[in-house]
Ligand binder design. Structure first.
Ligand code: GAR
Length: 196
């Protein structure tokens, strides 16, 4: 059984989708929900489910990412995860931290990578006139939103879409895609999952 730590910064809807899937014969179990924001709503949702939660506020560390990450390592070491799932975790991680979990850290990103790494993905897809948008799960490497692809789900862009309406439609697919990828990845199978 693989031990999974989930890192969040906000509402944690992807975290909840992963947690809800990790039951029965699933090859993994959640062992920690960790946030860089002590006020992240997802921490409350996780605690309500009886999951171990922790927060390391990044703000006192200012621009010292390495010091912030050293603090993040304390609850992570205690939880001893096999896998890390970034689920709406909005801090950029240093190559040192990423290297520590090489091949064991996943991220979900709200675009069809390699399109639109970084922020404001939906606004960028709309501005480009794209006919479809979607989400990707990838292995985390030192390159921002750049590691090997582990899964993708596509959604049509509809006439009249705003960044908010498109984001909401993509988020529903994120909740299907990330659990499907983790289920496969946790068995050691790195073939990407493509959802229609
Ligand atoms: C999700 O849409 C996720 O793909 C995105 O943040 C949202 C978090 O929602 N992540 C990124 O933009 C990472 N760069 P959630 O907290 O409800 O899962």
């Amino acid at each position: 059984m693989k031990r999974v730590a989930i890192l969040i910064s906000g509402g944690g809807s992807n975290m909840l989708a992963l947690v809800r899937d990790m039951t029965g014969p699933h090859p993994a179990r959640p062992v920690l929900v960790l946030s860089n924001d002590p006020a992240a709503a997802g921490l409350g949702h996780a605690a309500a489910l009886g999951l171990p939660v922790a927060a390391v506020d990044h703000r006192p560390f200012g621009t010292d990412r390495a010091a912030f990450e050293a603090a993040l390592m304390a609850p992570l070491r205690a939880a001893a995860p096999d896998l890390i799932c970034l689920a709406g975790f909005m801090r950029v991680l240093t190559p040192g931290f990423v290297g520590h979990f090489a091949g064991r850290m996943l991220n979900i990103h709200p675009s069809l990578l390699p399109k639109y790494p970084g922020l404001h993905t939906h606004a960028r897809a709309l501005a480009a006139g794209d006919a479809e948008a979607g989400c990707s799960v990838h292995e985390v490497t030192a390159e921002l939103d750049g590691g090997p692809l582990l899964g993708q789900a596509r959604v049509p862009v509809l006439p009249g879409d705003s960044a908010a309406s498109l984001s909401a439609r993509v988020l529903l697919q994120e909740h299907r895609l990330y659990p499907a990828v983790l289920r496969r990845f946790a068995t050691g199978d790195r073939r990407p999952v493509f959802l229609p």
